[in-house]
Design a protein. Sequence first.
Length: 218
Amino acid sequence: MAPAVDNEFRGARRHLVELLQEQGIRDLAVLHAIDEVPRHRFIPTGVRHRAYEDSPLPIGSGQTISQPMIHARYLELLHLSGKEKVLEIGTGSGYQTALLARMAAQVFSIERIAALLDRARDVLGEIGVRNVSFLLGDGTLGWRQYGPYDAILVSAAAPSVPPAYTEQLAEGGRLLIPLGVRDEQMLTVITRRGDALEQVEAGPVRFVPLLGKESWES
Ligand code: SAH
């Protein structure tokens, strides 16, 4: 822990929360989580000074942490109450994992790159997050053992919905996934209503590719 550094970033984080609020984020639970989670701890030291800008940043292994506005939108669309079991595909830096851990009961997070998963696990441990289970592997297959999930968040883009996600989605559960081509996708919200799947488009996004058996080839 580095309390001096953490305090140094406190003002910058407040500004970010105000910016997100000005840009239309209304959900207080989302704003509160962003205010509480030290984003700089999840950012490599070389770009850490930019941790509270509203922009995506490189996290190593050719991957990026999304811009805070995207995390805020994602979380708003999920309408979490605190009781949910959540599946996250693409742990990356672990920042979104930390936000989810504050807003839901249990988080299951899958990442295919060992170096990223190890680092995310360490940082989450250091900041005292305990309700997350990690899996190193191909997230296009989901994580059947602990399903069904009340929410499934896919942090990488796919050409179509991998079947495991809708299979592992609980009644009333929501799946958020960017669908499209490599350079541009539509953030898609899929809700399970019995045997039916309701699908809504939530706006254009641009994510790194989801690579695996049920998506693009790695
Ligand atoms: N929410 C993360 C986003 C990281 S980018 C953050 O804010 O830091 C997306 C991540 O998805 C990358 O780390 C990438 O390695 C991972 N990914 C891509 N395909 C995957 C797959 N099939 N299974 C698990 N993770 C995958």
